[in-house]
Design a protein around this ligand. Structure first.
Ligand SMILES: Nc1nc2c(ncn2[C@@H]2O[C@H](COP(=O)(O)OP(=O)(O)OP(=O)(O)O)[C@@H](O)[C@H]2O)c(=O)[nH]1
Length: 612
């Protein structure tokens, strides 16, 4: 391709994302756009191709970003190259949204015509506005009988401050409005402005590990071009690699000879060491480097920590490798080795939230075939010792002795909960119960209120969102930011099985809730721990004081007792059955403890909210 052709190509590139609250129809619209541009024939269309992992399809949420190249023949007769960069919508993943947006010049703002603007709509659109993206407002699901496009237009204008008079009325389900959306991408989203002749400057916005090709980098070329055979340099660490393949996803990988300014595609360079690449890093050419690196991304800090242990201790190294591979395209995932007397060797992992934690656990189990025990999630606490030193503790088992603690501080968030007027009561009730401190209430328009609370993060990570949803018929939406740490009346609660404290079951709780929680946990454990050959006392203790207790009774009979003199196959069957049942069990001292037991704390919260 000669230079004139390349410059012409640059003018025809449109890079955009779709920003929306979860479930407003982003993936469905992406599918319609793919169909309309014949990127995939209708008959090959699996529902929602952008959600490529099996896991995503099952959960119905988008958790990993993905960029596709599409070719669109516009009404003006010219063909445009669209790069559609998918973004996740869940509150746990807003960081990834900002990563995707950094690769775009425009964003389609998708708002559900029945639900209106929600917390994540606002959070995501602000990210797009921060990046100076051109925004095309779209009101989706106008086919629904409950659609109120005019109300939603008003909301977009009042709550976001965008002109919504030209918002496109669409239905991703029926395809209504899709042709107009495609034309507006051409007319409203600017072509990329970088310099074709400048030295290569490319942003790594995602990466995955491929066992054949090594690390595959998803890149946005900001300046210049890159070809197979070029030697690239990663600017954060100076490491050099020879480019072995470049291409675009359309939606399967399609090889190209080069990627040029404005392109969004992938690059492989036999990068075997995962630690060498960082999302947010800048790629340049070794023999003609660019002068300055791109800004990169702000470092995100996990909010929730949990211990991950292989059921089979011999799988410790497999778990480490799997975590390293996941971390490649999941910059938010953190892990450090951890040893537990109860569970052996594992990792303390940091997550963005509970959904993120679930997703990581499932990916480890499915994609890497690991059986895992996961301990109850915890936030990170700041502990001021009596000697004045401040230490961060994200593992309750590592809390210093009470006599060494002057004060424990816990993270607080400012939460905005958006609900229709009628549900303000139940929302306030939940927030109060979770130690919330009312800040203010803003009337957004005639229908909706934004209720602001200061809340301890530890109270909302568990089931706050589920509670909110169920007591507001699904109408509440939530967004929160960490505001800082506050001293609270917190204590460590230990759980003793058969008289021995189990470090992996320790939790940090508020003094006022300690008795209730202790009782609930003990009751929950009694149900999850199966009967064994001997009686197992379960106790909850604060320091040396036992605050709750219960007992798992011994078997009434030995399972094998019946088989005495009986036939051997029956005996073997019984033993096999027992063995299968033990798959997810871990021997803690003399007691077999199932995986669920370590999550009793979460279950217990469920029970709490049901008013038991
Ligand atoms: N009636 C109607 N339903 C729609 C329309 N668009 C999407 N839906 C439905 O709304 C639900 C959510 O759509 P998705 O496309 O999965 O939502 P999403 O925003 O991609 O969700 P995440 O990927 O989880 O962020 C699905 O059940 C869709 O079938 C529409 O225009 N009309």
């Amino acid at each position: 391709m000669d230079k004139a052709a390349m410059l012409d190509r640059q003018q025809h590139i449109r890079n955009f994302s779709i920003v929306a609250h979860i479930d407003h129809g982003k993936s469905t619209l992406a599918d319609r756009i793919l169909e309309a541009t014949d990127t995939i024939a209708k008959r090959d269309m699996q529902a929602q191709v952008l959600d490529d992992m099996a896991l995503e399809r099952e959960r119905g949420i988008t958790i990993k970003l993905n960029a596709v190249e599409l070719h669109y023949q516009a009404k003006n007769g010219e063909t445009y190259i669209f790069h559609l960069i998918d973004t996740p919508g869940h509150v746990d993943f807003s960081y990834e949204v900002s990563r995707s947006l950094a690769a775009c010049e425009g964003a389609l703002l998708l708002v559900d015509a029945a639900q209106g603007v929600e917390a994540q709509t606002l959070a995501n659109v602000y990210l797009a506005l921060d990046d100076d993206l051109e925004i095309v407002p779209i009101i989706n699901k106008v086919d629904l009988p409950s659609a109120q496009p005019d109300v939603v237009k008003e909301e977009i204008e009042e709550m976001i401050g965008l002109d919504a008079s030209n918002a496109i009325l669409a239905s991703a389900k029926t395809g209504l409005g899709v042709p107009e959306i495609l034309e507006r991408i051409v007319s409203d989203v600017p072509a990329p402005t970088g310099d074709l002749d400048a030295p290569l400057k490319a942003l790594i916005f995602d990466s995955v590990y491929d066992s054949y090709r090594g690390v595959v980098l998803a890149v946005r070329i900001v300046d210049g071009q890159v070809r197979v055979g070029d030697t690239i340099e990663l600017m954060s660490n100076g490491k050099r690699f020879e480019v072995t393949e470049v291409g675009v996803m359309s939606p399967k990988a399609v090889k190209r000879d080069f990627l040029m300014v404005g392109d969004v595609g992938y690059l492989t360079a036999s990068i075997k060491t995962i630690q060498d690449t960082h999302v947010g890093d800048t790629v340049t050419l070794a023999d003609r480097p660019t002068a300055t690196a791109l800004d990169g991304f702000r470092k995100i800090t996990p909010m929730v920590y949990s211990g991950l242990f292989p059921v089979d201790n011999a799988k410790f190294n497999d778990l480490r490798e799997a975590l390293e591979k996941l971390q490649l395209n999941d910059a938010a995932l953190e892990f450090v080795p951890e040893t537990s007397t109860a569970l052996g060797f594992g990792f303390r992992c940091g997550f963005l939230g509970l959904l993120h934690m679930d997703v990581v656990q499932e990916r480890l189990e499915r994609e890497f075939n690991l059986d895992l025990i996961m301990t109850a999630p915890s936030v990170d606490y700041q502990v001021v010792r009596t000697d004045g030193e401040v230490v961060t503790v994200d593992n309750p088992a590592e809390l210093p002795e009470p006599s060494e603690i002057k004060e424990i501080r816990e993270p607080y968030v400012k939460a905005s909960i958006m609900v229709p007027n009628d549900y303000v009561g139940p929302v306030m009730e939940i927030a109060q119960r979770k130690r919330g401190e009312f800040v203010t209430m803003e009337y957004l328009d005639k229908y909706r209120v934004n209720v602001i609370y200061n809340l301890p993060l530890a109270e909302i990570i568990y089931d706050f969102f589920d509670d909110l949803k169920s007591s507001t018929k699904g109408y509440a939406s939530l967004d929160y930011d960490i505001t800082g740490y506050r001293a609270s009346d917190l204590v460590k609660m230990d759980i003793l099985l058969n008289g021995d404290p189990v470090d992996a079951l320790s939790t940090i709780v508020h003094q006022d809730f300690a008795y209730d929680r202790g009782r609930a946990i003990v009751a929950q454990l009694k149900q999850t721990i199966p009967r064994q050959q001997f009686e197992i006392p379960i106790q909850a203790a604060i320091g040396t004081k036992i605050i709750a207790r219960s007992t798992v009774k011994a078997y009434r009979k030995n399972v094998l007792a019946k088989c005495y003199g009986g036939d051997i196959t029956r005996k073997r069957k019984l033993l096999e059955k027992q063995k299968a049942g033990k798959k997810r069990m871990k021997a803690v001292g003399s007691v077999e403890v199932p995986q669920e037991a370590f999550m009793s704390i979460l279950k217990m919260n469920d029970e709490d909210t049901k008013g038991k």
